[in-house]
Design a protein around this ligand. Structure first.
Ligand SMILES: Cc1ncc(COP(=O)(O)O)c(C=O)c1O
Length: 431
């Protein structure tokens, strides 16, 4: 792609963008001056699709007018409502519909998956995670290890980048698995790293992990709705994701979960059960003998919150309107490539891009480390971040010096990206 450093070029790219009109499907927050914010925070909380608002409103109306009969009435009855999301989720992560379900929240699902897939023995008791995993994942893993009577000091295997590097090299992950594989019970890594935006080679990690007899699961919080995946073909054992980032389904919205069909009929797999995991044909006989569903739905516990599912349905329909994940990923690569080009061209003396540059290792997020040079205030990065916020940028700040920004294919334009870099440049010159 031949980029140019000009507003005219950005506007030309927007004019040629076949899915530019999808931005209209979102409510974009406004600045005080009435202009749209330059919203680059979809890696944290995605914007509201208008369809999500419409579908939630519709379920509120159903509830008001039908009460309990809403479980069985209308085009989208509540009883099977989660099933209306299965195709969208399956397309999103590359799965069969019976391998995906919406339930609980992300950390809760990681725990429920570990109950099934972390089966430590004296010999094989380790969980491989990253040293700087998202804290919730770290806590979940640590507490699971303790729950099984093992010592996290011995059983948590932490992988980190090489000294002086920002990302973990795939080759280092694979080598560690090969070296220590016979003591690793579970590999649990992110699809996309939350801090750097690095995409992990999930296919290869699963392949090598399985060769060593490990179970392999992924936290897809930053991957779902961002990059393309083939969880079924890659033979991933399980995966969990939240729906409030690139899936634009609202704060704290219900999470997604994938369990490979290889495990659906394994009666030896322990599972914490609830009534929604019981065979739906006999669920309401209210008997005490648990008969699991023949799919990932066996892991469901409770009847799910329909208002949240309605928002997810709105989001999935919006993705469909855009032509699906392949189209979105095509745009995302060009859009984040444009941001990288401008930052490298304009700001390379002051900003280091932590996110790997290879297309297959980078999603929609760029993590920009503001350089602190001798004589600079240690607050330089934060001051710059505050200054760009005042100019209408919504991004995400991580101490000590990182600004995370996500140009999202669904609602960000090339002009957003161009204006962001201009505003950042002005703030950098100021501090
Ligand atoms: C990588 C990752 N894991 C876990 C979580 C925790 O998610 P939840 O609060 O939905 O359990 C987050 C939240 O942002 C996250 O980014």
């Amino acid at each position: 792609m031949q980029y140019e450093n000009s507003l005219a070029f950005a506007q030309k790219m927007d004019a040629q963008d076949p899915i530019a009109c999808i931005r209209e499907e979102f409510s974009i927050p406004k600045q005080e001056n009435g202009e749209d914010e330059i919203y680059l925070c979809g890696n944290s909380l995605g914007l509201q699709p208008k369809l999500a608002a419409q579908y939630v409103k519709r379920e509120l109306e159903q509830w008001a007018s039908l009460g309990v009969k809403g479980h069985f009435s209308g085009d989208f009855p509540w009883m099977p409502y989660h099933e209306f999301l299965s195709q969208g989720f399956a397309d999103l992560v590359g799965a069969k519909t019976e391998e995906v379900v919406s339930m609980n929240t992300l950390t809760a699902n990681l725990h429920f998956m570990m109950i099934s897939f972390y089966r430590p023995t004296e010999v094989r008791h380790k969980i491989l995670i990253e040293e700087h995993a998202f804290p919730s994942d770290h806590y979940a893993v640590e507490s699971q290890i303790k729950f099984h009577g093992f010592d996290p000091e011995q059983s948590m295997l932490l992988i980190k980048p090489r000294k002086g590097e920002q990302s973990i090299r795939d080759e280092d992950v694979l080598k560690l698995i090969e070296q220590q594989g016979d003591s690793i019970a579970l590999i649990m890594l992110p699809g996309v790293q939350y801090y750097t935006g690095q995409v992990f080679d999930m296919k290869k990690i699963t392949e090598v992990g399985h060769r060593q007899g490990c179970k392999v699961g992924f936290d897809l919080a930053h991957a779902a709705g961002n990059i393309l995946m083939q969880l079924h073909n890659w033979q991933v054992d399980f995966a969990c994701w939240c729906t409030y980032k690139y899936l634009n389904s609202g704060p704290g919205s219900v999470a997604g979960c994938f369990v490979h069909e290889n495990h659906h009929h394994d009666e030896n797999l322990p599972r914490f059960a609830g009534w929604w995991g019981h065979d739906k044909m006999s669920r309401f006989k209210m008997e005490n003998k648990f008969k699991p569903m023949n799919s990932v739905e066996a892991w469901q516990l409770s009847n799910p919150p329909v208002l949240s599912l309605a928002a997810i349905r709105g989001s999935l329909d919006t993705i469909k309107k855009a032509g699906g994940m392949v189209k979105l990923r095509e745009k995302a690569i060009i859009l984040s490539g444009f941001m990288r080009y401008l930052v490298e061209l304009e700001l390379s003396n002051d900003v280091e891009i932590l996110t790997p540059s290879a297309v297959q290792s980078c999603g929609s997020q760029l993590s920009l480390a503001v350089m602190i040079k001798p004589g600079d205030s240690s607050e330089r990065g934060k001051n710059i971040f505050d200054a760009i916020e005042k100019k209408g940028i919504t991004g995400d700040w991580r101490y000590p010096n990182v600004i995370r920004v996500a140009p999202v294919a669904q609602y960000n334009s090339f002009e957003d990206v161009y204006r962001f870099v201009e505003i950042l440049k002005t703030a950098i010159e100021q501090y």
